[in-house]
Design a protein around this ligand. Structure first.
Ligand SMILES: [Zn+2]
Length: 407
């Protein structure tokens, strides 16, 4: 959590917005039903992308809003509900739910422009009692169909999802990331066994397992050969797929190493800035080491302030990632017996940082343990590892697709 930078916060109240539209500053009186029936929001088009101007939104709907000029992050308020967006980001958090768009919030001539998908996602969660329709050049937002106040004892409207939304929220692709590659061998174990070789074999076996079991889901490999791929690029590959209008899963496969050669077993990780324990922190540090092999000019992105800001948007992704990690570990226990499960842990893995989807990192065993290293080189064992991970992914998708959002 970063300290709040109050001095930079520009509170755009109704009255400030009224600098341009005067009637907004008039005392708040109930509008006549005919005037209040609907409001129109022009569609702003830039390079075939469609946006709603934040200014139009605030002015037309009298939304309370704040915008932090340093972080470029803004909030929209309605009663106890809040939506958070950030310039440069294609995700927003609306009343606890993550909404995504294919392109980011942008600024043009001083105006903040919200992509259509984010506008709809944020608006529908702040105003579940209103409908949005669109015509060629504008959105129309209607008032509630009846004037009766919402019954708060009934399930919240925001939990109601129409079939089109639900389809969009389904898992449509899985990104399988074989750790390391090329001039980055990863950990090196007994008999000069390289981590990058084992991760690729298991990744290919997982690819086959998923293609056979989930014919309707796209499987994407970050690498299919012995090539070097920067950590940030791996999640870029995954995030690009979000444009296909479905959600995805990111699974990164690794082999652990320890100076204590007796340590063996497998574990799953999800991203957190607070590691489970010192051991989890060490594992993450080991996996993050590869950045020294990367192009210096690209390295800055890992330390970017934006990362911390982005974390604010990822509470939902973290919950989903924790469930994914848990489900995979449970299924691995079944296929990898008698190998030892070491639990679900959290740590700050750079490779997971950029993922805008449930993401997990699986450490399939210890390359520094003589017995386990030998097992890991066997195709039959690699298939068992892959089947465990694959079954976990399948179980997770079943849960995810029947759930609107994981609470
Ligand atoms: Zn690794």
């Amino acid at each position: 959590m970063t300290p709040r930078r109050r001095h930079g916060t520009l509170r755009l109240t109704r009255c400030l917005a009224a600098g341009l539209i005067v009637f907004i500053c008039l005392p708040r009186t109930p509008l006549s039903p005919s005037r209040a029936d609907s409001v129109s929001l022009p569609i702003v088009r830039i390079d075939a992308r469609e946006y709603v101007s934040l200014h139009d939104l605030v002015a037309a709907l009298r939304i309370d809003t704040s915008f932090d000029i340093i972080t470029q992050r803004g909030k929209l308020y309605r009663d106890s509900r809040v939506a958070v967006y950030q310039v440069g980001f294609a995700v927003a958090l609306a009343n606890g739910a993550l909404v995504r768009a294919a392109y980011p919030v942008t600024r043009k001539n001083g105006e903040v422009l919200i992509p259509e998908a984010l506008f709809r996602g944020m608006f529908s969660r702040l105003y579940p009692d209103r409908d949005i329709t669109r015509a060629e050049s504008a959105f129309t937002v209607t008032r509630p169909r009846d004037g009766t106040p919402r019954d708060r004892t009934k399930p919240d409207d925001r939990d109601r999802v129409d079939p089109a939304d639900r389809r969009k929220d389904r898992i449509g692709f899985i990104v399988v990331d074989a750790g390391h590659g090329g001039h980055d061998p990863g950990a090196i174990g007994r008999g000069r066994i390289k981590e990058k070789t084992i991760t690729l074999k298991v990744a290919r076996a997982l690819e086959r397992h998923l293609r056979a079991q989930l014919p309707g889901v796209t499987v994407i490999m970050t690498r299919t050969g012995d090539s070097f791929i920067e950590l940030g690029r791996r999640t870029e590959i995954a995030n690009r797929q979000l444009k296909s209008n479905t959600n995805g899963i990111f699974v990164s496969i690794h082999v652990n190493a320890s100076i204590a050669r007796r340590i063996a077993g497998f574990e799953t990780y999800f991203l957190s800035q607070n590691p489970t324990n010192e051991e989890a922190r060490t594992t993450a540090a080991l996996e993050n080491n590869v950045v020294i092999l990367e192009d210096r000019s690209r390295r800055k992105s890992y330390n970017d302030v934006e990362y911390v800001e982005a974390l604010m948007l990822t509470t939902q992704i973290q919950k989903e990632s924790a469930l994914l990690s848990k489900t995979i570990l449970r299924e691995m226990k079944a296929t990898m017996r008698p190998a030892r499960p070491r639990g679900v842990k959290k740590a700050d893995f750079f490779v997971l940082r950029g993922a805008l989807m449930p993401a997990t990192l699986v450490e399939i065993g210890y390359i520094t343990n003589a017995g386990e290293a030998q097992q890991l080189t066997r195709p039959e064992y690699q298939r068992r590892v892959a089947a465990g991970i694959g079954n976990g992914v399948i179980e997770f998708i079943k849960k995810y697709n029947t759930m609107i959002k994981i609470k």
